[in-house]
Design a protein around this ligand. Sequence first.
Ligand code: SF4
Length: 444
Amino acid sequence: MAMKALDIYKHLPKTNCKKCGYPTCLAFAMKLATGKADVEACPDLDPGAKALLGGVTRPPVRAVTIGAGERSVTIGEEFVLFRHEKTFYHPPGIMVEVSDTWTEVEVRSVVDEVRETVVHRVGQDLVLNGVAVRNESGSADRFAETVRLAGGGSSLPLVLISDDPTAFEAALAIAGQYRPLIHAATADNWEPLAALAKQYGSPLVVRAGTPADLAAITAKCAEAGVADLLIDPAPGSLQGYITVATEIRRSAIERTEPALGYPIYLDAGALGETDAAVATGILKYAGIIVTPRFSRASREAALTLRQNIYTDPQHPIQVTPGVYPINNPERDAPVLLTVNFSLTYFTIVGYLEASRMPCHLLIVDTEGLSVLTSVAGGKLTETMVADALKKFGVADLVDHRILIIPGYAAPLSGKIEDATGWKVMVGPRDAADLPEYLEKEWKT
Ligand code: SF4
């Protein structure tokens, strides 16, 4: 089981010497409890305490990086079973598969699609992560050639899927320097595959039908010197995947079976209903999801779901406070107030840009909370609005002194007028109604 900060603190020297980089032993204990510090940072820990704390404070699911360079993807390093307990840290890598029986045109078309898919949402660029090359030809040369066509791992991370060590040798001779993920070591072939993974420093997937068998093989691979492992429980159905993935994650989080403390690999295409399988993998613990080529709509749905699940609920995506010009506003343009919750900002901007109405959008820092929540929680206040008007020099941008506040902030309208000296107009609650509201109500 993970240890709480106070329990960890009991094992520290309690001298507050600061050698670990933290002001007190308690501060260090709090960092250890969340996996954000390493016990090695305290030079005065006795070996027994170091061994004990090291075992309980490292991430229960190991962090593994696939690929090299800008597009590499790091997965794992998770601490909780349920997102509402804390947060999920590393979104699963989504890899689109190609077969080495395909033509060059077919392979290149998927690779280009993966490379070029970008979904812009609430200020973030959401992308697919790589290509999975499946050895279906039975030929090592053909496999290696398809790996080369897929970029060899130099631009996109690769998954190499085969059961033939000779095919892996040929493919790794091309892609080995870019840390491709090798799939999969089984009870029968783990030794040569572990040797190849060790030689190239590549992460390795272990595949078996039960958690006990998976743990047995991962333990052998780890002993052979391969630290970066993934687990493929080879589920026969979507329901089967949910059951076994939950069991594996629970064992890892509760540290009842350290040999299962690795990210999970999901072959979504093998389960039929690909879209549902991809979504399930995102929701339930997959570190890598391999999927057949899917439609633009399905890609967008998967990337949006992944963004939502892997956004820290305690730290919503935020935009930088400030005053933003929309549609080239001049000095008679309205000034609209809103909060720095990204979804709110981008929704409003979308409607305003479409309306072509020039305006200034004043964003205040409510720590990423929505208007309704920040008003209810006291995060949006008249003082904050007055400070923001002053700080961002809004009075210098316009000739009027009128501020349009969101409908949900109506209870603050009088206080904002008193604190700022600006006349306040209460806008609509729904951003979709802003263009019509401005057209009817805005007169300087
Ligand atoms: S180095 Fe060790 S003893 Fe010193 S403050 Fe950090 S945890 Fe405490």
